[in-house]
Design a binder for this molecule. Sequence first.
Ligand code: ADP
Length: 362
Amino acid sequence: MEPFDIYHLFDKLSIAIFVLRLTNAEKREFLIEMANEENKKACGVDVKQFVGMSLRESFPGIYDIGLPEGYYKCVSEQIVIDLGEFDYGEHGVPVQTYVIKATPLSSDQLMISYENVSQLKRIERELLQKNQDLIETNKSLEEFAYITSHDLQEPLNTISSFVNILKSRYFEKFDNTGRRCLDYIEKSSIRLSNMIQGILSHSRLGSNATITDIDLNIIVADIKEDLMKALHEKCATINSDNLPTLKGDAIGLRVLFQNLIENGLKYQKEGNDPEIKIQVEESENGGYLFSISDNGIGIEEKYKKKIFQVFQRLHDDTTYKGSGLGLANCQKIVNKSGGKLWVESIVGQGSTFYFTLPNNLK
Ligand code: ADP
């Protein structure tokens, strides 16, 4: 059997490595003792060509970015050092980003291993830029929604006041069809006004958020108190786990819990006693996974995404009253906090709304 060649293995490694020997501590002079093939791929230079030569003469650019200081610390203190990210380029190779590590091998030898992370950095920069663009687009969409809905309110106010005048002063002069038309105009302008108010408050959600410590048990207790009459009339129960105290925006969290609880009470079969359960568990990344479940009518699989969109309702106003904004608001609050909101449901048995919240809401 042929003897195993350790240099062959060194050459085949898919990480770029070279070995240095400290020749003059004071001047931080090193000799290049070994280098593997991978160097060519990683930095575009065949470092093997420079074996037996001084580091300073072969790669003066390395001295310009101060790396030999770290190399010296590695051998003198005999410690592995993650030197971090460096931008470097010479021998006609453009500047690229490398992550470099120094490992001591003997009292005066060390191994430098490095990775070219330029492509990863480029992708990271592109992602950051895209994220920034998205944030700006979202912001301008919110501003657009706010400005247009604000401006729409004005002509609508004019219509509403003239309808009021017509109703109060001339109602008797209209025949039945005229009166019915007037009623329709009035109802529609009220509906339109509610929708505009809804868009306004949706676009403003979270814009003046103040972050404080929020005891969610208090939020739920307040909601229960406000809903006391409805809970009594519907023979409803709300059972909650002991909830955590979070850093967050009290208004947003209140809107979130209130909408989900109210929906659980509302979307029920006539005569059913609503049972709402609020549960929480700590998630792996230090945040929480909450669930609010009900024993209501449930939601068909095909509508599980649609219901989170603005003004999307599965029922008309005569069966279940609503604005179609509750879940869109919840979605916005949870997303702004860096969490996720989704629903699992069995038609006829009930729904569970899940959401995650980090412990340091933005
Ligand atoms: P709204 O309740 O004002 O209609 P939401 O945005 O809160 O608006 O809800 C959107 C739609 O999702 C509702 O119209 C309803 O059809 C459905 N929905 C929401 N919550 C529940 C629930 N707990 N059970 C069954 N359906 C629900």
